[in-house]
Design a protein around this ligand. Structure first.
Ligand code: IVH
Length: 677
């Protein structure tokens, strides 16, 4: 490759990988699977090695991604929480062993082979046997303090019990993976489907999204689970090897891996990996690979680590299951924002325990790149993703009469000419009044996670759109009782209930309205962040890109470049700005998070610690109020803490406050103090 071309590709790859990092870690909405992601990374690493002259200070190859969001206190890990390097072939796995042999100058070591669980890493710290903190990986150095949410995991002990003949360490940091079982994942997705909400692509994204919910009560409704697979900082040490650690965890009845193997040398390790591949389908959770770890801790330390991953452990990713089947048709679906998604209608085929009859084809480019045609035989794959994808065409089986697929030039619903948005691969129907778009927008707008309008489910939405009463979100607030009464017999009560629910939603929390607008990539957590920051929908709608990102730096924590572009792009469209005005004209008056006492110094010099779930304030909102009045918010209780602001299900912080005699207040008391009463 010529140097100019290499430089261009490097720039493109870095931008692309950074975007995927953000989608995966922050938005929990990946667009590509792990393998495709690893391929991009491998290409980048190769080009960077070949063209060192184009090196940059912070390349995506050096880091582990970042899952931190606003709304959580950040916490610095005592020891970095790293990622693992991936391998895909036996040869690559053996190369890992050869490197270790060379480095340690010996061959007689044992490995532990564990399932690789598809969830998210967390570090849980116990002090004097009590659970004090749980932190996500974050960027590897610092993560989000998700203690309150992790406390909702029933199987995780709040307190460690010393077993016979053992002392509890003063401090032990245990690492593990938080996940959702396949069954729980399906239950939640089914519930969402019934409520007309977007489905989660896979359990990993759902688990990650759940741990990052700001409302612990909501977290408790989804049954998160955890397994423990490693020790970080530990004083004094409790185990000398990974196998000893596992034995200890099991002895104490703590949540542990379904199976693991100890293996002498790489041949036995490889055999264990194969065995795991046979057994994993019966596990309660998704397992996309094996983790091979050097057993002995002393040798682990000797092997050390790179900037990104330990040298003493490696992941081996299993070949995802595939099946061959025929494409009977390609249909094109229209989404909420008009994006056209081609879907392969397949001859039903059994794959990873279910029957697959449809698979996403992502977009037009994807079809062209893989030259997918109606009538083709293709390989479909599930790859940890619940929604299957078409991997490739089985060319030898292509019938001569198969012709290249022509992506529609007109919207299949409303017939408007489709167009490609600059800088995006997606094709869109630009007609915002396209009935399918209106229906999807409206269903989302009224859903539980947005304005939460009871009685405005999919069936009612279809009806309202079909009759032409609702073309735009704001039309909801202009529905007429007389019209609704024509929908059937004896519908007075339901019509009145619906109108009452609509009227009540006019004064919804601001974040609900923001989320309800359906700005691509902006979920509930981001909507709350935006509501706290902008406080008025008008301010958000007028915000310039520079108010989100300056010098490549995020100015509003939790809102990265992908979201910033999406938000400003959304409000750049005149019809979306007009929509905001029209909503206000229709009487919508969203309520900002608890008003700030601007300029007040009421809490100057005071430090607050927040714990538990408060009746109306989120943590974010309470923190904003405290900080606006000159106070500080801290993550842990000490003698210096002025107040502990406690809600329901408050945990150890409350005990600590009582122990130290720190005043504990509730939300009502806090509001009185804030108002100066
Ligand atoms: S050990 C310092 N063991 O996979 C290395 N990780 O792709 C710590 N994972 O970040 C990781 N199962 O979130 C380890 N049995 C297992 C695992 C496991 C899943 C996750 C973990 C890690 C990621 C790397």
């Amino acid at each position: 490759m010529k140097s100019a071309a290499a430089q261009a590709r490097l720039i493109q790859l870095r931008a692309e990988i950074t975007r995927h990092d953000e989608l995966y870690y922050r938005a929990a909405q990946p667009e590509i699977n792990d393998r495709e992601y690893d391929r991009l990374k491998a290409e980048l690493a190769e080009l960077e090695a070949k063209f060192p002259e184009f090196a940059v200070a912070a390349s995506p190859t050096d880091r582990v991604g970042d899952d931190r969001l606003t709304g959580f206190a950040t916490y610095r890990h005592r020891l970095p929480l790293q990622s693992l390097d991936n391998t895909y072939t036996e040869e690559e796995l053996r190369a890992f062993h050869t490197r270790l042999v060379k480095q340690l100058n010996r061959e007689d070591f044992a490995y532990v082979v564990e399932p690789k669980i598809d969830g998210l890493a967390v570090s849980v710290t116990y002090e004097q046997g009590k659970l004090v903190r749980a932190v996500t990986r974050g960027n590897g150095e610092e993560g989000d303090d998700v203690t309150e949410n992790v406390r909702t995991i029933r199987t995780l002990p709040q307190e460690l019990q010393a077993t016979e003949g053992q002392v509890l360490p003063d401090v032990i940091e245990i690492r593990g993976e938080i996940f959702l079982t396949t069954a729980e994942f399906q239950r939640i997705n089914q519930e969402r489907e019934e409520e007309g909400e977007a489905l989660y692509a896979n359990p990993r994204n759902l688990a990650a999204g759940t741990v990052k919910l700001l409302d612990s009560k909501e977290v408790a409704r989804r049954k998160l689970e955890i397994v423990l697979y490693g020790v970080g900082f530990c004083e004094p040490a409790v185990a000398e090897s990974q196998s000893q650690f596992h034995a200890l965890v099991r002895q104490r009845g703590q949540p542990t891996l379904e199976r693991f193997w100890t293996a002498q040398g790489i041949d036995e390790a490889w055999a264990a990996v194969r065995r795991l591949d046979e057994l994993r389908h019966a596990f309660r959770y998704g397992t996309d690979g094996a983790v091979v770890k050097l057993d002995n801790f002393r040798w682990q330390r000797e092997a050390g680590r790179t900037a990104k991953a330990p040298r003493w452990a490696i992941a081996y990713k299993f070949e995802p299951e595939r099946a061959e089947t025929r494409i009977n048709a390609i249909t094109v679906q229209v989404g909420r924002t008009g994006v056209l998604t081609p879907v392969a209608e397949l001859e039903p085929v059994a794959l990873s325990g279910s029957t697959v009859s449809r698979a996403t084809l992502h977009n037009r480019d994807e079809i062209e790149r893989k030259d997918i045609r109606v009538g083709d035989y293709v390989l479909v794959e599930k790859a940890g993703e619940i929604i299957p994808a078409v991997i490739e065409v089985v060319l030898p089986r292509r019938a001569p009469q198969c012709v290249p697929y022509q992506f529609p030039t007109a919207c299949p619903v409303c017939g408007t000419a489709v167009m490609q948005i600059e800088g995006e691969v997606a094709m869109r129907c630009p007609n915002a009044n396209c009935p399918t778009q209106v229906r999807r927008r409206l269903t989302h707008f009224a859903s539980k996670a947005a304005l939460d309008i009871d009685g405005l489910g999919t069936a009612m939405v279809d009806e309202l759109v079909a009759r032409g009463w609702v073309r735009e979100l704001s039309d909801v607030f202009r529905l007429r009782r007389d019209d609704l009464l024509t929908l059937g017999k004896n519908v007075e009560k339901s019509a009145d209930n619906l109108l009452a629910a609509i009227a009540a939603s006019k004064t919804c929390d601001l974040w609900r309205l923001i989320h309800g607008l359906g700005i691509p990539h902006v979920g509930v957590a981001a909507s709350k962040d935006l509501a706290s920051h902008f406080r008025r929908i008008e301010s958000l709608s007028e915000a310039k890109f520079e108010q989100f990102i300056a010098n490549k730096q995020t100015l509003i924590s939790g809102i990265g470049e992908v979201m910033a572009r999406s938000i400003t792009g959304f409000f750049n469209e005149p019809r979306n700005r007009a929509l905001i005005l029209d909503l206000i004209r229709a009487g919508v008056r969203p309520v900002a998070p608890a008003e700030r006492a601007t300029g007040s110094t009421r809490f100057a010099g005071k430090t607050f610690v927040l714990t538990g779930t408060m009746p109306t304030l989120t943590r974010d909102e309470a923190s904003a109020l405290i900080e606006a009045a000159g106070g500080k918010v801290s993550g842990s209780v000490s003698k210096k803490t002025s107040y502990v602001l406690a809600g329901s299900e408050a945990g150890s912080k409350l005990d600590k406050a009582r122990e130290l005699g720190v005043p504990v207040i509730d939300e009502a008391e806090f509001r009185r103090m804030q108002a100066g009463d």
